[in-house]
Write a new protein. Sequence first.
Length: 462
Amino acid sequence: MRNVSGLQCWALQSGIPGHPLSDTTSLDTVHRLQLSLADSQWWTPRRLREHQFESLGRVAEHAWRTVPYYRTRLEAAGIRPGGVIDPERWAALPILTRREVQELSTALHSDRVPRGHGQVVSNASSGSTGMPVSVLGTTYDALICKAQTLRFHLWHEYDFERKYATIRYLPEGGATYPEGLHSQRWGDTATYPFRTGPACLLNPEASADRQLEWLRRQEPDYLMTYPSLLRSLLIESEAAGVGAPRLLKVLCTGESLPEDLPGHCQEIWGAQVIDLYSAMEVDQIAAQCPEHGNYHVQSERLLVEVLDDDGRPCRPGETGRVVVTPLFNYAMPLLRYELGDYAEVGEACACGRGLPVLRRIRGRVRNTLVTPDGRRHWPSFGTMGFRKIAPVIQSQFVQVARDRIECRLVVARPLSPAEETALLAQVSARLPWPFDLAVAYMDTLPRDAGGKFEDFRSELAT
Ligand SMILES: [Zn+2]
């Protein structure tokens, strides 16, 4: 074979498009993917980049041929089948917004998904922005993602014989308190192609004290949940003076991770928090490094660009908008799709992995506080300390005007004026501007349709 590039090696080993699979779900495929990912994480940034641009060329060509909407866009950027695709041409391709994906919908579907990619599957977003989005994928792309999930567990030295608990919302219902749902293994054999220990799952419709009771009864070694659920469990745990014996690691996903949460988890439960950055439309995006805490972009499967306000790539230390291109979604190509998140670019990681680094995931545009002088911030409000001041059960902060923030509180009993003043003083001390603060007492603070919760939301964001 001549001129075998990095991409082709990876493709030939793993059955990447262009080399269609005869059976996309065989355990053999899973093993091959896993071996490829174990190798490609150590590729140099240059080799990874080559892999990405060759894959981009293929998915762009597929989009040009099978999704008429893209043809004009690609041609305007100078991208045609058989032509060269380079960073300059790629940067000329317009950004695809969430609103466009929502409005175009089926116009972004490929009319010829290659057979080797397996079945076409559909994912609908929770619609937490009020704009639900439906995205198609393939079982082949999902398989690569599953292999990355296993790599992530290997990075963090999970012992697969131990017990795994998950607390997350299930759109289909079930797994309710007091029992939840139990299984003999952690997940499907595509993700874990070997025997594993038992797993249990709880749908967190019950109150935090009941969730904690369930968790303590299950005695898991590992937990996966959303940061907001973890925080309410920790608050409950601290108030009750009980821990979570045996728990070693908590994998957080689904919401941006508040900076103070890992420290509180370590302090109250003695468990390490690991974060996984994902989005419904593209699944896994970046996973925390086992050695340095950086987020390694899962670059074999998707290109991540972080762009400043002028559309230029951010440098290390700069924060910008996250734009993603899944390299193997041939059912509904998303070329330069703006997720609506902000992230900070990091320097190359000292662990030696060539996977690019995001230093911080800042969360959605609507979770960004903008000061009256135009600076962006992602505040933390010291929620974990509220119980020491007053019986606050839940809280949420909403920027309702340029200079005004509403503090929405669910409380166990009415607060005294002194408690309210002390609480507001703590919040104020953490803010980058002397905002007017107003308290609004609420009966409940609902989660979105997908069960996620936002500490902070801006009504100024569009
Ligand atoms: Zn690293």
